[in-house]
Design a protein around this ligand. Structure first.
Ligand SMILES: NC(=O)C1=CN([C@@H]2O[C@H](COP(=O)(O)OP(=O)(O)OC[C@H]3O[C@@H](n4cnc5c(N)ncnc54)[C@H](OP(=O)(O)O)[C@@H]3O)[C@@H](O)[C@H]2O)C=CC1
Ligand SMILES: O=C(O)C1=N[C@H](C(=O)O)C[C@H](O)C1
Length: 268
C-alpha cells in the first residue's frame, strides 16, 4: 500500500497463489508517472515490468509482457498509445486528459474487433473528485446559476482541466434532463475583455487558475435567490489519485470494452 486511505477498494488483496498482474507505465518520469510506479511497486499483487517516457520506446511494454498499461502522458500522444496497446491486446488505464466524444468513439471503434480488451479513461482518479462530480450533477437542477473554477499547478499543459470539462458536461446534461437551459442565468454579451467570464463548456462557464503551490483543486458554485452552494475538492498530493488508479488496474481485465470514469468501479 502506498497511501493511507482507508477505502476498501484500495487495499492490496491477499495474493495467495494468484499470479501477479504485469503493469507498464507510460509517462513514467512525469509527475503522475513517478507516483504510479511507486504505488505499483508497493502493491503485492502487481509487478512493474516497463517504464516508458518516449513514444519511440512504446514497444517495450509489449516486449516486457505488460498485461495492463497505465498512461499519464500528454493529450497529443495518448491516442497513439491507446491504439498501440489495443493492437497488442494490452488493457489500458488512462488518466491523461483531452478526450471528447469523437475521440471516445474512435477508441470504441478500435475495441470492436478486440472483445477481450478493456480501456478505462478517467479524467480524475481521486475519490473526492469523483464524488464532487456526482454531487454537482445532483445539485445542478435546483440552481439557476452554476459556474466552475478549477485551480492547478503551473506546469499543467491543458486548460480547462479534464475534470472541470467533464463536470460541466455532467451539469449541463443534468439540467437538460430537467428541462432547464444548460447554462447559467447570467448574460455574457457585455464582456468587455474576451475571456473575462471563462471558457464556455456546453453553456457552463469554467474558470482556470494556474498557481505555484497548488496541486489540483475544483470548485462548483451554484446560486439561487438568496443562497449559494459551494462544492470543493482539493488534491494536496498526487497520492490522492493512487487508490483509484490501483482499483482500475486490478479491475480492468474484467471490464472489456470502453469505460469512462471510475464511478462504476466504485459502485456509484
Ligand atoms: N486522471 C487523473 O486523475 C489525473 C490526470 N492527470 C493528467 O495526466 C497527464 C499527465 O500529467 P503530469 O504527470 O502532471 O504530466 P507530466 O508532464 O509531468 O508527465 C508526462 C510524462 O509523459 C511523458 N511523455 C510524453 N510523450 C510520451 C509518449 N509518447 N509516450 C510515453 N511518455 C510520454 C513526458 O516525457 P517528456 O517530459 O520527456 O515529454 C512526461 O514524463 C495530464 O493530461 C494530466 O492532466 C494528472 C493528474 C491526475
Ligand atoms: O494535470 C493535473 O494535475 C490534473 N489533471 C486532471 C485534470 O485535468 O482534470 C486531474 C486532476 O485535476 C489533476
Amino acid at each position: 500500500m502506498t497511501t493511507d486511505s482507508s477505502l476498501a477498494p484500495t487495499e492490496t488483496p491477499a495474493t495467495g497463489e494468484q499470479p501477479l498482474t504485469s503493469v507498464g507505465v507510460l509517462g513514467a518520469r512525469g509527475r503522475m508517472g513517478v507516483e504510479v510506479c511507486t504505488a505499483v511497486n508497493a502493491a503485492e499483487d502487481l509487478e512493474l515490468v516497463a517504464m516508458v517516457d518516449d513514444g519511440d520506446w512504446l514497444f517495450n511494454v509489449a516486449d516486457a509482457g505488460a498485461q495492463v498499461v497505465v498512461d499519464f502522458t500528454r493529450p497529443d500522444v495518448v491516442m497513439d498509445n491507446i491504439r498501440f496497446c489495443i493492437d497488442q491486446n494490452i488493457h489500458c488505464v488512462v488518466g491523461t486528459t483531452g478526450f471528447d466524444d469523437q475521440k471516445l468513439a474512435t477508441i470504441a471503434g478500435w475495441l470492436e474487433p478486440k472483445p477481450d480488451v478493456g480501456v478505462l479513461i478517467a479524467p480524475n482518479f481521486g475519490i473526492g473528485a469523483v464524488l464532487l462530480m456526482r454531487f454537482a450533477q445532483e445539485a445542478a437542477r435546483f440552481f439557476p446559476s452554476v459556474e466552475i473554477v478549477e485551480l492547478h499547478h503551473p506546469g499543467k499543459v491543458d486548460a480547462p482541466s479534464g475534470t472541470a470539462a467533464r463536470t460541466a458536461r455532467l451539469v449541463a446534461s443534468a439540467r437538460r434532463a430537467a428541462g432547464l437551459p444548460p447554462g447559467p442565468d447570467a448574460t455574457r454579451e457585455a464582456d468587455s475583455l474576451p475571456g473575462a467570464r471563462g471558457a464556455d463548456v456546453e453553456g457552463v462557464p469554467v474558470h482556470s487558475i494556474r498557481l505555484t503551490g497548488l496541486v489540483a483543486h475544483e470548485e462548483v458554485l451554484l446560486g439561487a435567490a438568496g443562497e449559494t452552494l459551494t462544492l470543493r475538492h482539493d488534491s494536496f498530493d498526487r497520492a490522492s489519485f493512487m487508490p483509484g488508479v490501483l482499483l482500475a488496474v486490478r479491475q480492468i481485465s474484467g471490464r472489456p470494452g470502453l469505460t469512462v470514469g471510475i464511478e462504476s468501479l466504485l459502485g456509484l
